[in-house]
Design a protein around this ligand. Structure first.
Ligand code: HEM
Length: 416
């Protein structure tokens, strides 16, 4: 098989995408998809890894009207919504990207993240306190969505009291198709949010603080200072990257533990298994399912000849379920050895997720708090709703639960 007319935007494809990936991995892991102007669909672990490692050949950048005549389209591979800024870390390449990553790294190192653990615990405790006495709640809307939103805004120095606007925006834009009225309604908030980021950047330009926005502003690039627009792009990327991805990971984690009592018991009895369990949840549920690249020079991949200017769709979740690399690839093996779990849920190479340590610790804190305080939660199967099938985000819209009520343990007023 050389080419396929499978259409990744078609509802039929999306509903059965994992079966399609499985077949493609076996028959033609780097295949030419003829729809939408043509692009390469890359599904096996070895090829996805090779692409992710080579950022010079397989570029991220959003560069309309590039001097070499190639229309580089950035990380999602289709024209962005006019109200959204270009994502300032994900969609640049080369020295500018490396300098930006170097400037941001101190805020995202394992030690910096570990120092935030008490704050993460306080915020997780607060949101569980809001439901714990009632014995009922929605673990997505009341917990996994708000906690990362508060933590991300605090990290950026943005007004934390606006957390629900950000949580709802990133949750709803992922939960609804781009053509739906719900998507349009929520997208209407984008200009106000971008303006808020801009105002905050201006305040920090006048007086730097100790937040990540100040770190972005203090970047000294060899190509000159970042413009306001670029600063807002970087901030948007960090806010967008930090919120709904972690929400999705923890939501699926709670879903899995809520539907697999044996795995839940194992983690309650032996919390040391939590880090390995999180790697396995990342592998299997892979919240960011795929991203795109543009080919910058003629190159061979998986025995196929790719040409400069070709588009390429990298399917992280398919690589993560490649049976050539993972035993029992199609199931969650909660105690899979993390040393033999080379999943690609955070990507790889120069653009590998800058927030991966943060996401891991946030997830561990949030899952542990639930297992400690409401260990017998039961998911209402009729209320549970995953995101509609999509190539981009794999998350949960809502997850109503009931549990044995317990006491509040945190302060009477919000710790943020
Ligand atoms: C479970 C949670 C998360 C998942 C699954 C995830 C996934 C990813 C993936 C797949 C990439 C692209 C890598 C590539 O193209 O090679 C990425 C990049 C990125 N992520 Fe995350 N992410 C998560 C959490 C976070 C957090 C907490 C932050 C920050 C607050 C963050 C910020 C970013 C940024 C800024 C980039 C762009 C990095 C670059 O292009 O250099 N992410 N993430």
């Amino acid at each position: 098989m050389d080419a396929t007319d499978l259409d990744p935007h078609a509802p039929e494809f999306l509903a059965h995408r994992y079966e399609h990936y499985s077949e493609l991995r076996e028959r033609c892991p780097v295949v030419w998809a003829t729809q939408h102007g043509g692009f390469w669909l890359v599904t096996d672990h070895a090829s996805v890894l090779a692409v992710a490692r080579d950022n010079e050949t397989f570029m991220h950048q959003y560069l309309p009207g590039a001097p070499d005549g190639v229309d580089y389209e950035g990380i999602c591979g289709y024209p962005r919504h006019p109200d959204l800024p270009a994502q300032g870390v994900s969609e640049i390449d080369g020295p500018d990207h490396q300098e930006l990553r170097r400037a941001l790294t101190p805020a995202f190192s394992p030690a910096a993240v570990e120092a935030q653990r008490p704050q993460m615990e306080a915020v997780a405790t607060w949101f569980l306190d809001q439901i714990v006495e009632s014995g009922t709640g929605d673990l997505v809307l009341d917990y996994t969505s708000p906690v990362p939103a508060v933590l991300t805004l605090a990290m950026m120095g943005l007004p934390v009291e606006h957390w629900s606007r950000y949580a709802e925006f990133f949750h709803a834009t992922a939960a609804h198709p781009q053509t739906s009225p719900e998507f349009a309604a929520v997208m209407a908030h984008a200009p106000a949010m971008t303006a808020e980021l801009h105002e905050h950047a201006l305040r920090r330009r006048a007086a730097l603080g100790d937040d990540v926005t100040s770190l972005v502003l203090s970047l000294e690039r060899s190509s000159g200072p970042l413009t306001d627009e670029q600063v807002v792009g970087v901030m948007w990327n960090l806010v967008a990257g930090g919120i709904d991805t972690t929400t999705a990971l923890v939501s699926w984690g709670l879903y899995h533990l809520g539907t697999h009592p044996g795995d839940r018991r194992r983690l309650i009895d032996d919390p040391a298994r939590m880090p390995g369990a999180i790697e396995e949840l990342l592998r299997y549920y892979c919240p960011s399912e795929s991203l795109t690249r543009t080919v910058s020079r003629d190159v061979e991949l998986g025995g196929r000849q790719l040409r400069k200017g070709d588009r390429l769709w990298l399917i992280w979740i398919s690589a993560n379920r490649d049976p050539a690399v993972f035993d029992r690839a199609d199931e969650v093996v909660i105690d899979r050895d993390p040393d033999t779990n080379p999943h690609l849920a955070f990507g790889l190479g120069g653009h590998r997720c800058i927030g991966m340590h943060l996401a891991r610790v946030e997830a561990a804190v949030m899952l542990t708090e639930v297992l400690r305080r409401i260990p017998d939660y039961e998911i209402d199967p009729d209320g549970f709703a995953p995101y509609p099938p999509s190539m981009l985000m794999n998350g949960v819209v809502r997850m109503p639960v009931t549990f044995t009520p317990g006491p509040r343990i945190g302060p009477a007023s919000a710790p943020f």
